[in-house]
Design a protein around this ligand. Structure first.
Ligand SMILES: *Cc1c(COP(=O)(O)O)cnc(C)c1O
Ligand code: SF4
Length: 340
């Protein structure tokens, strides 16, 4: 059933039981044949790769509801549907594309850049994006998710240069709010950490996650709060996402978005302009437009640098400066993301 709009579900009528996001999570589509059938695309099932090309399909039904029925090139569908081309081995596309394994200082902590440390808070995601470097990273073995924050917090405590803690993953909002409370209690005595940043795709792909217990937790944190969403196309926004964004802002969070430039999905000026304008309507500013991490199985998504720069020029010519994202690439060993 994909008829109910997520917008209708996020604010239940008084007296109605609140929708449990974990239930919606469990009900995600995980079978590629079912996904194609829901969209009236069953004939394409013959072209699916065996065993999902080694990276399971997962997509919440509310996100499926935003895909166009009968369109095999739908930009949301292409982000999640396993494809045969993923099995091609392309030189330069590797399993640890951004050097994460080398940057790990304590279990669950990546400390690559001055002043900010990134905690792999959870290995899970509500959606599996085909272009993601996580398809090969052994995040499942990271322990922070298991509630064993001790070593990660110890690392933060011993380095007063860290003023910003970034929760990432996987998706940190895959954790229960009780687990997030446990983490924030552990942060309470770290006075040099003044900002908390959360990188998450959940407000977009499963906006029901931004429920009352979560926003209550967020609002009460004695830190500056930044939430970096991850949307790649304007069609990912709907009334449910708008409501989730409004709740995050009401809880005191600054909202930013990062996208990945993806061949066949958002590599057109009109598409990127529509994305910036749509996210701003939801109270979100563009932050980064990433060149693809060169991850094995994702080569067909790559856009070359010359085209990427031309697209950015087109954006600059047509948008106010604050709606133009920074075009960057992550290069292992660099002291920051590298501007193109
Ligand atoms: C991308 C990233 C950050 C954040 O970089 P900003 O430029 O501050 O957004 C921090 N730590 C790690 C390990 C990262 O990969
Ligand atoms: S980490 Fe982000 S991009 Fe990667 S699969 Fe999870 S939600 Fe998608």
């Amino acid at each position: 059933m994909i008829t109910a709009s997520p917008g209708a579900r996020i604010t239940p009528a008084p007296g109605a039981p609140a929708v449990d996001w974990r239930q919606l999570w469990r009900e995600a589509v995980t079978d590629a044949g079912e996904l194609l059938a829901l969209l009236g695309l069953s004939p394409f099932a013959a072209q699916l790769p065996p065993a999902d090309a080694g990276f399971a399909l997962r997509v919440p039904r509310g996100f499926v509801a935003r895909m166009r029925h009968g369109d095999p090139r739908d930009p949301l569908l292409l982000q999640v549907l396993p494809q045969l081309v993923e099995l091609d081995r392309v030189p330069g596309f590797v399993t640890d594309a951004v050097g994460d394994l080398a940057a790990r200082e304590a279990q669950g902590v990546l400390h690559k850049y001055h002043g900010r440390a990134l905690l792999i808070a959870s290995g899970s995601c509500a959606i599996n994006c085909r272009y993601c470097f996580r398809r090969h990273f052994p995040y499942g073995e990271e322990m922070a998710a298991a509630g064993q924050w001790r070593q990660a917090l110890e690392h933060l405590r011993n380095d007063p240069s860290i003023s910003e803690l970034i929760l990432s993953g996987g998706d940190p909002l895959a954790l229960s709010t009780a687990k997030l409370e446990e983490l924030s209690r552990g942060l309470a005595d770290l006075t040099h950490v003044t900002r908390l940043r959360i990188h998450t795709r959940l407000p977009v792909v499963l906006p029901e996650r931004i429920d009352d217990p979560f926003t209550t937790w967020l609002a009460a944190l004695p830190l500056q709060k930044v939430v970096v969403l991850h949307a790649n196309h304007a069609n990912e926004f709907d009334a449910g996402v708008d409501a989730a964004c409004a709740r995050l802002r009401a809880a005191g969070a600054t909202l930013l978005n990062q996208s990945v430039l993806l061949q066949g999905i958002n590599d057109a000026a009109d598409t990127l302009i529509a994305l910036s304008e749509r996210m701003f309507a939801a109270g979100v500013l563009p932050y980064y437009l990433h060149q693809l991490d060169r991850v094995q199985g994702a080569a067909h998504f790559e856009v070359d640098d010359a085209r990427a720069l031309a697209l950015l020029d087109a954006l600059r010519a047509r948008l106010p400066g604050y709606l133009v994202p920074k075009l960057v690439r992550e290069v292992g060993g660099d002291p920051s993301k590298r501007p193109l």
